[in-house]
Design a protein around this ligand. Structure first.
Ligand SMILES: Nc1ncnc2c1ncn2[C@@H]1O[C@H](COP(=O)(O)OP(=O)(O)OP(=O)(O)O)[C@@H](O)[C@H]1O
Length: 284
């Protein structure tokens, strides 16, 4: 179990911001940190990892004290059992895939785990390939395999999939989930993506301005008190009935206009509670 209380004065563009958060995370949980840009999500991960020193507070992980301000205890990052994946994780470009994962292995670990990790992340056929020859999605799979090679007590993921195209993103979400379950990891993911959070996490923590507002299940968080889903588009023209013809992605959709004065080229938001959407299955 992870139990932490962290206080840190952050210097933001808008001035000082006092980050003050506490949480208990059960072993095996998948937790997502959700919040606006600048709310302090990355800072929390960096404090857990030992890359940023809190002003006050404590971090206890499975009976070990990683940080305690009053006891002046501050374990080095390498003493903390963490795996970290960033949006742009720095892999060693001159090493191949297998060597990159092998490099992260603890001294007493058997290299057979590397083959297992390459298999779980779908990289077996890429084992001998140099990093530069891989796509962004494949590189993130290497980063993931590397982050868990050392059997971390916590896997910290800072928007690892945000730079990846949609199809690969869905595939990587499945890989992440499989890895989390297979290695019984405790995972903390920073994400702005509701679909990703709902798919992956047991718990979502909402952070605004350095404070935890809510810790709940994704289903409750994204339903309760949330507005109806909205999609955006641009008005292209108006049809004979006076409906706005709106370009939504690559489709033209005719939508009744309710009173407001709108003209062509206006960017509009379509509130989905006002239309009756059909939801034919598109596949997985
Ligand atoms: N070492 C530091 N000391 C003081 N303030 C810092 C430090 N590092 C970052 N900050 C500030 O803390 C604020 C919060 O940044 P942080 O990266 O944690 O937010 P975030 O929620 O992860 O945002 P984003 O979603 O844009 O990545 C920023 O304004 C940043 O400038």
């Amino acid at each position: 179990m992870i139990n932490f209380s962290l206080q840190k004065n952050l210097h933001t563009a808008a001035g000082e911001m006092q980050l003050n958060v506490s949480a208990r995370i059960e072993r095996g949980q998948f937790v997502s940190l959700y919040g606006a840009s600048g709310a302090g999500k990355t800072s929390i991960l960096r404090m857990l990892a030992g890359f940023m020193k809190p002003d006050n507070g404590f971090i206890n992980v499975n009976n070990a004290v990683w940080f305690n301000a009053s006891a002046k205890r501050n374990a080095e990052p390498q003493q903390r059992r963490i795996g970290f994946v960033f949006q742009d994780y720095a892999l060693f470009p001159n090493m191949n895939v297998r060597e990159n994962v092998l490099f992260a292995l603890g001294r007493n670990e058997s290299p057979t785990i590397v083959d297992e990790l390459l298999e779980v992340t779908g990289l077996t056929n890429f084992a001998g390939r140099k990093i530069q020859t891989l796509s962004g999605g494949q590189q993130q799979r290497v980063a993931l395999a590397r982050a868990i090679a050392n059997k971390p007590a916590i896997l910290l993921l800072d928007e690892p999939l945000s730079a990846i195209d949609n199809e690969m993103r869905v595939y990587l979400q499945d890989t992440l989930k499989a890895i989390h379950q297979r290695y019984n990891l405790t995972t903390i993911l920073v994400s702005h993506n509701a679909q990703e959070i709902i798919k992956l996490s047991d718990v979502v923590i909402h952070l605004t301005q350095g404070r935890f507002q809510q810790q709940t299940t994704p289903a409750l968080f994204f339903q309760n008190g949330q507005e109806a889903a909205k999609i955006t588009g641009h008005i292209v023209s108006f049809d004979e009935q006076g409906n706005a013809v709106v370009l939504i992605e690559n489709r033209l959709v005719s939508i009744p206009v309710a009173g407001e004065i709108l003209t062509s080229n206006d960017r509009v938001e379509i509130n989905c509670s006002n239309i009756k959407p059909a939801i034919p299955k598109q596949g997985k």
